[in-house]
Structures are given as structure tokens and as C-alpha cells.
Design a protein around this ligand. Structure first.
Ligand code: FA5
Length: 335
């Protein structure tokens, strides 16, 4: 028996040392250690041996089997690790510089300035529930404001968020007061597309809740944000707006930088681009999150990041930004 085992191992060693492909090695392993192998037959014969023989040959067979398995494992390692590290030095090396997406650039600029003002940056959920996207924001079922943001509903009972404002609710649920947060992210609306409307675009939400927060604080923050992005004074106008989750509500428009305010297809001839929705947090929203509106007040804003990128980089049609066209992206250097 011992001689037979030695012969088997010698033969296996020879084949293992000659083989050069992993697939062939697998076949050899199956030949020597597989179910129908001679080694297996020897192991099976143990059961018919006398108990003295079993004591001698059992440990021997197992030890030699382990030895053989180790030989196969070492060879597998050496074959799979064979990576050719040599390269042709005469080949031209063509390293092209990457670029950040314009929306990524403006998102970073805004979060940077907000962080300097003490805001914490959060990350919300693109798949949201009705409660956070609407209900807790003072938009109950059947409220006409739901039609303002045509919604993609999902089969799992959730929806693709139509706005980043749900992050206000998540933040108030999760963190103690005073609160100063911002949250950039993608939102989805079932919209008719044109030069300034996409069905998938980016917003950044901002919210402050504390004692004695006033409209002036909101306007100050909006000014600082625009200064950071445009490095110059830009012409904006604040007009009354309507959002169920803020009272009073405002909309901030920017004089269209594509046409200099004269009117073009981007601003639909009006000379202004709607950029930001904002206002003082509605008392019902605070109450929904267990905050006493007689003690705390707050402001919130939702900036259209994609439109902001259009204005900063004079991109006349919003659809370029989702096109994934690398020639378009190549125009934006990493700053
Ligand atoms: C909102 O989405 C509110 N959640 C904003 C808000 C937050 C108000 C906090 C009050 C307090 P609105 O639907 O106006 O508001 O969108 C905000 C901004 O997103 C717009 O000013 C615009 O810049 C951008 N936006 C809206 N719809 C589109 C669209 N289809 N394509 C590209 N940008 C859009």
C-alpha cells in the first residue's frame, strides 16, 4: 500500500510540474484526488481493513492526501499569479485630464460656503416615502400642491423624490436643535422637457432652525451662496411664492446670463431664470417634527443646482447636462 501511494504521488508531482494552464491542472487534480481517483479508492478500502491496518494506513493516507492537495494549491497559486509586468516602453503614453461635471462643481462650491457658515452636509434618499416628500411638509393627500410636482410612483409603494425638501424632515427627526443643515441631491419630476426643464435634476436643500431666525438671515445666506458661485454680484429678484411648507414663501430669480436679461429660448423670452424656492419654515412642519413653533423659527431653501450650473457656465440648454457627452464634459477643467 505504501509503495502504491508513493508511486501515485511521484506521478502526480511530475504532471503538476509540467502543467502550464489552470484548466489542465484542474483535470489532473480530478484524476488524482477526484471521486473516481485511485487515491479515493485506497481511502475507501480502509473500511475493509483490520483495525490494526486501519491504525497504520488511515493516518498515512490522510497525511499523503494533504501533501498532494498542498502541491496542487501551490501550483494553482503560481499559475494564477503569473502576471506579465513587462511593457513596451516605446508605446506613446496618452494621459488625458479628467473633468468634474458642472453640477458637481457648483454643488461643491455651495456646500463649501455653507460649511464655513456652520452647516452640516447631509445625504438624503432618492427613493422616498410619501410622508417625507409630501405629508410632513404640510402637503396632505389631495392637496393641489402635489400637482405642482408630477411624481414618479414606484411599485414598492415609495416614490422618486420630487424635491430635496424631505431632507428637512429627516434632519429634524434625527438631530437636536439648533439645526443648520444642507443636503444636495438628485430629484425627479414627470415634466415636459425644454431648455430649462429636465425630469431629473439636482437641488440643494438648506435649513436653519433656531431661536430668533428671521427672513434677513435667509437673504444673507442666499447672497453669500451666489457670491461664492459667481465671484461677482449677479442680478437677482425676490418675489412672493407659494410652498405649503414655508410661510412666507419666496422665489428667487436670476437675470438670465445666457442673454444678459434680454430674453432668449433658455429663459423663454422673459429675461429671468427661476433659481431658488425659499421661505420661513411653516409652523405645521415644525409641529410635525415635535418642535414648538412658539419657541423656534427657521428658514429653508431649495436651490436648483442644475439651473445654477447652466447660469455659471452659460449652458443654454439643460439637456446637455444629462447627455453624458464626454466632448461636452471635457470643456470643464477640474478647478
Ligand atoms: C421646490 O422644489 C421646493 N422644494 C424649494 C423650497 C425648499 C422652497 C425649501 C421652500 C423651502 P421648486 O419646484 O420651485 O421648489 O424648485 C426649486 C428649484 O429647482 C427651482 O427654482 C429651479 O431652479 C429648480 N427646478 C425646478 N423644476 C426644475 C426642472 N424641471 N428642471 C430643472 N430645474 C428645476
Amino acid at each position: 500500500m505504501e509503495e502504491k501511494i508513493n508511486d501515485l504521488i511521484l506521478m502526480a508531482k511530475k504532471e503538476i510540474s509540467d502543467v502550464t494552464k489552470e484548466a489542465d491542472l484542474l483535470n489532473i487534480k480530478s484524476k488524482y484526488l477526484g471521486k473516481k481517483s485511485e487515491f479515493n479508492a485506497l481511502l475507501a478500502s480502509l473500511k475493509d481493513m483490520s483495525s490494526e491496518d486501519k491504525k497504520v494506513f488511515g493516518p498515512l493516507l490522510n497525511a499523503r492526501k494533504k501533501e498532494l492537495e498542498q502541491l496542487f494549491n501551490d501550483k494553482f497559486d503560481s499559475l494564477s499569479c503569473k502576471i506579465d509586468l513587462s511593457f513596451d516602453e516605446s508605446l506613446p503614453i496618452n494621459i488625458t485630464k479628467g473633468s468634474l461635471h458642472p453640477v458637481t462643481i457648483v454643488a461643491k462650491e455651495i456646500t463649501d460656503v455653507l460649511k464655513r457658515m456652520g452647516f452640516t452636509v447631509l445625504k438624503g434618499y432618492e427613493m422616498e416615502d410619501d410622508y417625507h416628500n409630501f405629508e410632513a411638509l404640510n402637503i396632505p393627500k389631495d392637496h393641489p400642491a402635489r400637482d405642482m410636482q408630477d411624481t414618479y410612483y414606484l411599485d414598492n409603494g415609495l416614490l422618486l423624490r420630487t424635491q430635496t425638501s424631505g431632507d428637512q424632515i429627516h434632519a429634524m427627526e434625527k438631530y437636536d436643535l439648533p439645526l443648520r443643515i444642507c443636503s444636495p441631491g438628485r430629484v425627479f419630476r414627470n415634466e415636459d422637457l425644454d431648455a430649462s426643464h429636465e425630469n431629473t435634476f439636482f437641488q440643494i436643500e438648506g435649513m436653519v432652525v433656531d431661536k430668533n431666525i428671521k427672513v434677513e438671515n435667509l437673504i444673507y445666506v442666499m447672497r453669500e451662496v451666489l457670491k461664492e458661485v459667481f465671484h461677482q454680484d449677479v442680478k437677482v429678484r425676490l418675489r412672493p411664492g407659494f410652498f405649503p411648507f414655508t410661510e412666507p414663501s419666496f422665489e428667487m430669480d436670476m437675470s438670465c446670463l445666457i442673454c444678459g436679461g434680454k430674453g432668449c429660448s433658455t429663459c423663454k423670452g422673459g429675461g429671468w431664470i427661476e433659481l431658488i424656492g425659499c421661505g420661513m419654515v411653516h409652523p405645521n412642519v415644525l409641529k410635525n417634527c415635535g418642535i414648538d413653533p412658539d419657541v423656534y423659527t427657521g428658514f429653508a431653501f431649495g436651490i436648483g443646482l442644475t439651473r445654477l450650473a447652466m447660469m455659471k457656465y452659460k449652458i443654454s440648454d439643460i439637456r446637455y447636462l444629462n447627455s453624458g457627452d464626454l466632448r461636452f464634459l471635457d470643456e470643464f477643467e477640474i478647478e
